[in-house]
Design a protein around this ligand. Sequence first.
Ligand code: 5RP
Length: 235
Amino acid sequence: MGDVESMKKQAGIAACEFVKSGMKIGLGTGSTVKHTVIEIGRKIIDENLEIVGVPTSLATEKLALEVGIPLVELSDIDGLDLVIDGADEFDPNFQLIKGGGAALLREKIVAQESLAMVVVADERKKVETLGAFPLPIEVTPFSHEATVRALGRLLDCRVNIRMSGNGPVITDNGNMIADAHTGPKITNPIKTESEILMIAGVVQVGLFNNMCDAVVLAGSSGIETFVKPNGRLSD
Ligand code: 5RP
């Protein structure tokens, strides 16, 4: 297993320390948190862990069912204890860019319904200022060219519709993803998030502000867990 893959696996498994029997857990999407999902499935079988999960994408739903995690609909329960998810970038204030896997809308709804959020990541995701990773924005297919132009004017950068082969990537919600190449310049992510959400045609943006309470980070020297001071997981 390559270094990065092994770091992802370590972080994904280490985050299970936050999972306790009886919890309702949001299950994130991506190549890091998939290891959390697999480990939760193992604990259900080997350690009688009792949890129910809410997946943030069709891909995670499939994996969770394969590893034996009982799933419920967010609409049928009164919130979640915790969501564990990946991120594309996180800054020193625990603000995130997410959506590299095109699941940002369901991820944000699930995070919003959770009492706390733990991010699993490898050290490449840690940045001083958000934006080197192109900012994913879910947009309606209707008039997406106009929405892309409006985003380009607002952010003053190149914005393109994410492609897969010859066609656009279509999200689990039937929408498209516009990637905004801002560069590492998002110094006020709260303002940027609210300005982007003002544009008609934008469904959601992959800036996750004031949602993340801890980051389980895998680096070459092992696992470090950073808990946000005064966050929902701080003592
Ligand atoms: C999906 C996401 C992912 O959590 C994010 O892209 C990180 O994925 P990975 O762990 O594969 O790097 O936001 O929409």
